[in-house]
Structure formats: C-alpha cells, structure tokens
Write a new protein. Structure first.
Length: 937
C-alpha cells in the first residue's frame, strides 16, 4: 500500500511485524471512524481465508449468541450454555435475540482476520467504501460500549472443589468418563500460559508422560488421559479420562490428584521436561510451516482478550524465545508452578455415569411431552402453529435480489496460485516414468543401487516427512482383525538394539526426542483406507535417525505379553464408548455390509473388535505364545518388500544421501520379490456394494435421542469417467450453504445436516442424514428436491451454479493449501490413484464447462437412485422410540427395512471361544428379544 493511500485511508496501521520461525508477515489496522480492527497474515498459498470475529458474552442460558445466524462465536461466557438450554430455547423470543445482537454486532467490537496473499491497498480501499455505507447505521466511535470479557465482571475464582455425578443414558453401564476443570494463568501472561502447555504435555502428552503412564499403562484404570486448554481471560484447563469402570469413577478421580501431589513432593524428571519443551517448540515451528490458521486463531483470541495496542499479539507470536526461557526453569520452579495451578488449586470434576434407567426415563418423558402438547393445543392449535410456521418459512425463503451477488465474479483457474512441488523418483518408482529436473539429478547422483520404491517431493522446508505406505492384502484372513492390535501396539513396545532389549518407556522417550511427530494409521489420508501408513517427521538433519527408527520398530520390535495386555485393555475399554455414538455406529454397520471380511478397513471395525478382541484377550491370558505366534505371522506377511512404497517430502537438494541412507533398512528385506500392486478398494467390496438395493437396516440405540442414516448407491467408478465433472457440480449445488437441501432439510429442522460423499475408487455414492428428529421426512423432502430439478419443475439458478463451481475450486485449493499437503496430494495422485499430478487443474477446467442438461443427466443416473427402493442400501440408527414409525414409513415407499441390533452385525473371523471360557451373550440381544448374536449360534 502506498504512503499516500495509507495517509488518505481511515484505517491506520497499528503495527507491522514478522516472525522468526515461519514465512508470515503481520499487519494490524484500526479504523479511526468506527473502531473496526483488521489483522492481515501475509503468506503464500492458493487460498485466502477470512474470519470475522466478534467478542460476545452472554449472562443467561437463552441461546441468544447461537440462534440468530446459528453461529456460536469464540469467547462466549462458559458460565452459561451459549447454545441454549432446551427449556429456555423453547421460549426464546426474536426480540431477545435482536437486542443481544444489536449490542454485540458493531464495528468497534469486530475484527477482520485475513490469511493468504493479500493486496493491502485494494483491501483498505474496499473497507473504506464499506464503512461509508454503514456510518449512519452503527453507534459512533465515542458511544458507550463495555468490551465483553475485558470490561465485564470477571468469572469468580473457584471457592471450593466440587465433584458432581451426572448420569447419561446407556444400556451398557460398565464404564463412564471423568472431566476435570481448573483455572489457569491469565490470557496475557504468555510465559505462564506456555509453561502450562509444557506441563500438560509432561503430564498427559504421550504413553510415557506422568498421568498417562501411571493411569493407562501401569494401573490400567482408564483407556486414556487427555488434556485441553480454552483461552479465556483466565485460561480454562481440562483433563478428560475415558472408559473408566463405573464403580471406580470416584476412586480414579482421587487417584489423579494423588499422582499429581506425589509428583510435586519430589524432584521431577527434568530431562524429560526439557524434551517436552524442545518437542513443543519443534511442533510449533512445523504447524506454522504447514498452516497459518494457528495465527488466525491467535489473532481472534487477541481481539477477544488482548490489549488494544497490539502488544499482546506481538509478544505471543513474534518469537519462540519463550521456550528458551522455560528451559532455564529449575525443578523447584516447575513444582511450585504445578502446585499453584493444579495440586493446591480448587477444581470441578464431573463423573459421567451410564444409566439404563435414565434411558427409559427419557424415552417416557419425551413421549409424555409430545402427547401433552398435542392435548393442550388440540387440532385447532396445531393447525394455527403450522400456519405460523409456514408463514415464517415463506418469509425466511424470500430470494436474495440477484444484483447483490452479481458483482462477485468467480475467478478463473489461472488465477489460483497452487503451490509447486518437484517430484523425483528412485528404485522401482522409476517405472512410473523418468523425470528430468534438478531434484531428480540430485537423487540420481547418489548412485545408490537400491530397488526400494522411493517417491520424493521437494519443497522449501526445514523438516523431512517420511511415510511408508504398505499394502495389506497379503495378511491372511484369520489375522485381519489382529491388525488393529498390531497398529495400536506399534510405537509402545520394546525393541532389540545391538543385541540388547530396550524397554518401551525408553523407546518412546528417545523417539520423541528425535522426532517432531510420528504415527501409524490406515491410508485414508492417501485416498485408500485398505493401506497402512507409517509416518515420521523430523528435523532435516535427523533424516538418517528417522530411517533407523523405522527399521528398529518395524523389524526389531518385541511382542511383549505385558504390553499386549495393556494395549488390549485400553482397546476393550474404549468399545462401550464407541458404541454410544449413533453416527459412528451407522458408519460401522455400513462398513460391515459393504466390504468383505478381507477388507482391512472392515476388520478394524468396532463391531469386529467388540467380539474378536475379547476372545484374543482371553487367549493371551491362557496361551500367550499362541497370540504372539499370530502376531509374528501377521508381521511377516505385512512387512514385505513387495508391499512397500516410500514417500519423502523435504528440501531434497539439502539431503546429502537421499537414497543411500535407506541401505540399512533395505538390508532387512527380501528384495527378490516383485512389487505388488496397491490394494484396489474395489476388490474389498461386498456383493451388497456391487449390487446395492437389497439391504435396508434400522438399528435402535438407547444411547441416542435422534437418528442418523446412510443411503448408498452406485456412482462413477473412475477418475476419467465423463460424468464425474457434472456430478461434482450437481452435488456441490445441492448441498451448498443455504442451497436446495440446506433450506429444505436443515432449514425446516429435519436434520442438523445432510451431505453427499462420492468415491471414484469404490464407485459408491452416499447420502448422509446427520442427527435428524425424523429421518424419513428428511429423506422424503430430499428426494422431492432431486425430482423437482430433474423434471424441470425447479430451475437451476445461475448465481447458485457459479457458487457451486466456486466451492469446488475452493475444495481443490484447500486440498493443497500448504507445502506439505501439496506434496502429499502429488504422491497420492501419481502413486495411489494412478492419475496425473495436475489432475485437479484439468478437472477444474472440465467443471467450468458443465451444462444444465449434463447436471440433470447425472441427477437422473446417479443421484436419484440413492433415494429409490431396489437401487440403494439403507442403514439407519435411531432412538428406540423412533424405530416403529421409521420402519413403517420406509415400508410405505417400497423399502424392506429389517430391525437389527448392533451385536447382530458382529464378526468373530472364526475365533470361537472355548466352551465354558466366557459368557459372551450381549445383554442388548436378550432385552430386545433377539436371538441372532453370532457367537451363540
């Protein structure tokens, strides 16, 4: 922005600064006319992201902050329920909502945050013109205004410790949860807030941290200990303990503070504390290199609680020197800090207790409430309310004048600055084609004759990210469900190094010291959930160390009985919690019916783990050698040269031996095996997925008071399918914000959300109804909308179509919005999906050429069948009170729904219990009168 423009503008610069650890520049503006504030984070990338932050604080449970636009802004007072308590939402008036928003929605309480490539002169010019249009409608700059949070009454400190028991509905009463809350340092105290983050990481950051190691690994009284901080004027600190035995909840809550007090009473492990500081600093550098969204959140928090002169923001972001300051803290300082904020401080604990009686009580109360309202209102009263609702819907659905949107043109593909990466190949990866670029020359100069498939993506970075991708189809069928145990045990087991056994605590400690992050997951992030992905990120100079770690953990790990018992106990403890989610269980059943037992994704399903892990745990206690033998067989079948492909993302030219460094790793492999194709997802599909339309299931669940549904049919089954661009536009149009399905379903209160999901690898197209009070009505109105577009009864709106295309463009840009994500996408396209590196750009060009006739054609061919009996499979989970009506409604339109229990979908993969070993009958089957529990047949 020129000096003249800056002088003429009403927006003045408060400060400019750069950070010394990320490629980002900050500029802070403030309007001299209205007090509106702007923060710009300049950084390279294909997307420009904006946030409008308003500081809001509420003093009741009415739900006013959440209701007008159904948005809940950061900073709402946590002394009250900002989303609204149900009984108060029912009596909330529009006048109350308007009064709240009038008080809070004014420029002096607003901050615009922009991240990306910003033209400052153009920005300020637009903002000046915008302010010209609102000056007569907003309070003057000197009008009285109490800044939320900062100038309001502070949240009172806790005067005593409170431990409350809260019941939640569930048929499985075996385990509950614990939530512990405390106050932390003031927001503006940067040093102490960072010290709190380090301390929490020391306590619950990994399997060797203080609380996690004691409570989860050693005493095994919870499946996990997690922490979280929420920024407020005084930070809120939370601990969550999952899957705690119900009869032990109070004891475990006390045990947390016993461990903390014991730690304060003696010297801490200062070597590990230092490692925690270093690791958090590395992660801060990595996270800002990969994404600047953390900077945006910091700007929002500063607007809410920071000083108006900008000093809080610059202190929080300009440098990572705070970590160096914390390294100087003594053991005594850390223990005093821990005592002040944790052991000597009052806290609030909530013990979440599952209750079968509450489930029945809520069902009866809801039924009684509906009946009472019907009786109170009568037929005439209900009719009047229906008319009132229809009037409100009509008013709300008034079309926005097109001239408002017409000035905003959708930019061309050529205007998007996608992040460039340079690809190089080594070993068998060269069979994909020879490349000619400076990075490939550097790789070739290494002259290492290694056949290992290595795909390099070069980006400017201080880190090296390595991912080992493995096919899993070679794992024998009877071992598939054991795969999830192998994954969960992978990084927490002893290893053999130089002939000596290294215990898991030392392994994890050293691994954390050498790495920034490490993980093992399915290949979902690479577009194929049948694959396995082992990832390690390190500072570039530790490239060789990272490869050694992969070798040691993969080939030299020990299947230790005690570690396996701990792993299994955690996994088993989590199952009741997993089975409480209606949405997760709808997806679980969907996976069970659409994939074959050979599918690695299916074998890791909760409905497999629920029975298989229980039996493998029994076998481990009776015959540990049998379980270890199976794990050895699994490892041998998985860790084959033929299954392996490696992705290395780094500044490749700065690696001295990018290929040769892998030699010790390759020495562990039999390289005589040919490279096997990556597991095609189509091969894992069941007959029900190949010919959908025959399976329609309703699964009642006492843990939920709503419903979820998945409708599945065929879609395009390749990335070259000529119908794919039109389908992308059609789906984007249908599910856009305030679009046809949003208004028809969400706007009418028939579901929290609906969405489509298409996968070209499987050729499946799904429609998801999420959290609905009436799944059938949500389905029915959705079908009506689709049919209206096909018949021409409802026209396509030109501006909405442009918006749909713009959404697709943004989606592609978001997929490669950072250097690392761009590199990952390049590998995914070329290696996993077998499509060109620039497939996204070419697809965007085709998307822009789609006609309305093509959209109608894909609606008829692919989208409508999702809603047709005989064409789509259906899985719905619902509250028990909904099942009869849902079954009747679906039957009325031609579906053939079958009511089933979750247990009826379980699969033991042939691992039967020995007679008399365990009583496995699921209680839910007997209560529902079912006799289809697999293990009893």
């Amino acid at each position: 922005m020129s000096a003249l423009m800056e002088e003429q503008s009403h927006f003045k610069i408060i400060q400019r600064f750069e950070v010394d650890y990320a490629p980002a520049k900050f500029t802070q503006y403030e309007s001299m006319r209205t007090g509106m504030r702007v923060v710009v984070v300049d950084c390279k990338g294909p997307t420009l992201t904006s946030y409008i932050a308003l500081a809001t604080e509420i003093y009741d449970d009415s739900g006013a902050p959440h209701t007008l636009e159904h948005l809940c802004f950061m900073g709402n007072g946590f002394r009250y329920e900002t989303g609204g308590m149900m009984e108060q939402l029912r009596v909330l008036t529009t006048d109350h909502i308007r009064a709240f928003h009038k008080a809070m929605y004014q420029p002096k309480n607003m901050c615009l945050i922009l991240t990306g490539e910003v033209r400052h002169g153009e920005l300020i010019e637009v903002l000046d013109k915008f302010e010209d249009t609102i000056l007569n409608d907003v309070p003057s700059l000197d009008a009285p205004f109490k800044r939320p949070w900062v100038e309001s009454s502070p949240t009172p400190p806790l005067s005593k410790t409170i431990v409350n028991t809260v019941e939640f509905p569930d048929e499985d009463e075996s385990s509950g949860e614990i939530l512990i809350g405390l106050f932390g340092p003031n927001y503006s105290d940067i040093l102490n807030n960072e010290a709190m983050e380090v301390l929490l990481f020391y306590l619950a950051g990994s399997s060797v941290s203080l609380l996690e190691n004691a409570i989860v690994e050693k005493e095994q009284i919870a499946s996990g200990v997690y922490y979280q901080t929420n920024m407020r004027p005084d930070t809120a600190v939370w601990f969550n303990l999952s899957s705690v035995a119900t009869d032990k909840l109070a004891d475990v809550e006390k045990r947390v503070f016993e461990i903390l007090k014991e730690a304060v009473s003696k010297p801490l492990d200062m070597a590990y504390m230092t490692n925690c500081i270093i690791r958090l600093k590395r992660q801060a550098m990595l996270s800002t290199e990969n994404s600047v969204q953390g900077f945006a959140q910091a700007a929002i928090q500063d607007h809410l609680f920071g000083k108006r002169d900008g000093s809080t923001l610059v202190e929080a972001l300009s440098s990572l020197a705070v970590f160096e300051d914390l390294k100087k803290w003594t053991d005594q300082q850390w223990r005093e800090f821990m005592a002040k904020w944790l052991t000597d401080a009052h806290h609030v604990s909530i013990l979440g207790v599952p209750s079968r009686k509450l489930s029945e009580k809520l069902k009866k109360e809801e039924k009684a409430r509906v009946e009472a309202n019907q009786e109170r209102l009568g037929e005439e009263g209900l009719k009047k309310l229906a008319e009132k609702l229809e009037q409100a819907i009509t008013e709300n659905d008034r079309p926005v004048p097109p001239e408002i949107f017409e000035p905003f043109k959708v930019p061309g593909v050529e205007s998007i600055h996608f992040i460039p990466t340079i690809t190089a190949r080594s070993g068998l990866a060269k069979e994909l084609g020879n490349l000619e670029n400076e990075v490939q020359q550097h790789v070739d100069q290494d002259k290492a004759d290694l056949p290992l498939f290595i795909h390099f993506e070069s980006i400017p970075t201080n880190f090296t990210h390595m991912s080992l991708i493995l096919s899993t189809s070679s794992i024998p069928l009877h071992l598939k469900p054991l795969f999830t145990v192998y994954i969960n045990n992978f990084f927490t087991t002893p290893i053999i190094r130089d002939g000596k056994r290294i215990e898991f605590q030392q392994v994890v400690t050293e691994l954390e010291n050498d790495t920034v992050t490490y993980s093992i997951n399915t290949g979902t992030s690479f577009g194929n959930s049948e694959l396995l992905c082992i990832s390690v990120s390190v500072e570039r100079e530790k490239y060789e160390n990272a490869i050694k770690w992969l070798r040691d953990i993969m080939f030299n790990s020990i299947f230790d009985v005690e570690r396996l018992k701990a792993t299994l106990k955690k996994m088993l403890a989590d199952i009741p919690e997993e089975k409480r989610s209606g949405d997760d269980m709808a997806c679980a059943v969907d996976s069970m019916i659409h994939y074959t037992p050979n599918s690695s994704l299916r074998a890791q399903n909760t409905l497999v783990k629920a029975v298989y892990l229980r039996r493998i745990n029994t076998l481990l206690s009776k015959d540990p050698d049998a379980v270890i033998s199976r794990l050895e067989e699994l490892r041998k079948s998985l860790l084959r040269f033929s299954n392996m492909r490696v992705l290395v993302v780094t500044d490749v030219a700065k690696l001295s031996n990018p290929v040769r460094t892998w030699s010790p790793f390759v020495d562990c492999l039999d390289i005589s095996q040919p490279l096997a194709p990556l597991d095609p997802r189509k091969d894992a599909l069941s007959e029900a997925a190949k010919s959908p339309g025959k399976l329609h299931y309703i699964i009642p669940m006492p843990t939920i008071d709503t419903s979820y549904a998945l409708f599945t049919a065929h879609g395009p089954d390749s990335y070259q399918n000529p119908s794919l661009p039109a389908l992308m536009v059609a789906l984007s149009y249908l599910e856009s914000v305030e679009g046809p399905l949003w208004v028809a379903v969400r706007g009418a209160g028939l579901a929290y959300s609906t969405s489509f999901a298409h996968n070209s690898d499987t050729g499946l197209l799904r429609y998801r109804i999420y959290r609905s009070p009436d799944t059938f009505r949500a389905y029915s109105i959705s079908r009506t909308v689709i049919e209206a577009f096909i018949s021409g009864e409802r026209p396509f709106e030109k501006l909405a179509l442009e918006g749909a295309i713009s959404t697709i463009v943004k989606g592609f840009a978001d997929d490669q919005s950072t250097m690392l994500s761009a590199a990952t996408l390049s590998f995914t396209n070329q290696v996993v999906k077998g499509i060109p590196k620039d497939w996204s750009t070419k697809m965007l060009e085709q998307v822009r050429q789609v006609s309305i006739d093509q959209i109608k054609q894909v609606l008829q061919e692919f989208v409508l069948p999702i809603f047709l009996p005989g064409k789509a499979n259906v899985v719905a989970t619902c509250s028990t009170i909904m099942q009869e009506r849902l079954k009747k409604d679906l039957e009325g339109v031609g579906f053939k729904p079958e009511v089933r229990t979750l247990a009826s979908f379980q699969d033991d993969y042939g691992l039967k219990p020995e007679r008399g070993d365990e009583n496995e009958a699921d209680e839910e089957d007997f209560k529902d009168g079912e006799d289809d529990c697999e293990e009893d047949q």
